[in-house]
Design a protein around this ligand. Structure first.
Ligand code: GDP
Length: 296
């Protein structure tokens, strides 16, 4: 599970700190040095770590903290608050349009878990009594349309899939018309992924965006690809203007660096985290709970 290594290292550092009645500046510096190393080893972006440690130092090394009865606890509390803020502070909610349907564009590189996440999100919405429609606009990967249809059957969520001969912009606009006609309040558009970011992919996504004016553009990233995931998200955000991130495969990623740095680097909040291949393995991302889990 994600953050195991980081969590046990940090809990060790702070365990020592909490048990002390008095703290010197050197004690705090020493602990923060270890926190810094642990974060770097978890594959958190270098600059993010540097700024994070600087912010904690500024708050932790001061008369107020040193004079408190439980200085170690105060330091841990500061770290917890800063870690929560780093991951976005409060939970970033999924958009909901005043004029349904709410349109969600799903983007990501191939293999990140985009199609699977589209199914999971449909199931999540269905459980909240919404009526989602999935739209198959990934016409390039031969199995993608079929994959979405299979998920649709399994979840009993309708799939709009006119086929691989129709261009993706038309599929998307027709899909929305279909949703309006059939009373769907959410439309999830599964778009094409490529192995790498390329111009054709960006151009197609931009065209779909212009045509459908989505309420959300969710970018699906594979946590296991670490800082690379963060860099890819950043490029997409700069070109497309993302509204949120879905981070997948947290069940396989033991380091967790992408989850910690993606908001700080891109400015885009993680809205959902996926922790498995099953359709119910998707949860809203709660920065505060995640920080508490890491710090124990
Ligand atoms: P796409 O190319 O981005 O649409 O990727 P897919 O949705 O086809 O997913 C690629 C692979 O990753 C599939 O085998 C999925 O079952 C798997 N996958 C997706 N999300 C997760 C996750 O959260 N955890 C794990 N362990 N596997 C996942």
């Amino acid at each position: 599970m994600a953050f195991e290594g980081l969590a046990s290292r940090l809990q060790n550092v702070f365990g020592k700190l909490k048990s002390r009645g008095k703290l010197t500046e050197d004690d705090v510096n020493e602990a923060l040095r270890e926190v810094r190393l642990a974060l770097l080893e978890a594959d958190v972006n270098f600059k993010v770590v540097k700024d994070f440690i600087a912010r904690i130092k500024e708050r932790a090394i001061g008369q107020e903290v040193m004079k408190s009865f439980t200085p170690g606890m105060v330091v841990v509390d500061i770290v917890n608050k800063e870690l929560t803020a780093l991951m976005g502070g409060t939970q970033a909610k999924l958009a909901r349009s005043n004029r349904p349907p709410t349109i969600i564009l799903m983007a990501g590189l191939q293999g990140a878990g985009k199609t699977t996440s589209t199914g999971k999100l449909a199931k999540y919405l269905q459980k909240q009594n919404h009526k989602p429609l999935m739209v198959a606009a990934d016409i390039y990967r031969p199995a993608a349309i079929k994959q979405l249809q299979v998920l649709g059957e399994q979840l009993k969520v309708p799939v709009y899939a006119p086929g691989a001969d129709v261009n993706p912009v038309d599929i998307a606009t027709q899909g929305i018309a279909h949703a309006k006609e059939h009373g769907h309040d959410y439309v999830l558009i599964d778009t094409a992924g490529r192995l790498h970011i390329d111009e054709a992919l960006m151009e197609e996504l931009t065209k779909i965006k212009e045509a459908v004016q989505p309420d959300e553009i969710l970018f699906v990233v594979d946590a296991m690809t670490g800082q690379e995931a963060v860099n890819v998200a950043d490029s997409f955000h700069k070109q497309l203007g993302l509204t949120g991130v879905i981070i997948t495969k947290l069940d396989n990623d033991t380091r967790g660096g992408a989850a910690i740095s993606v908001k700080a680097v891109t400015g885009c909040p993680i809205k959902f985290a996926a922790t498995g291949e099953k359709m119910d393995a998707l949860e809203p991302f709660h920065p505060e709970r995640m920080a508490s889990r890491i710090l124990g």
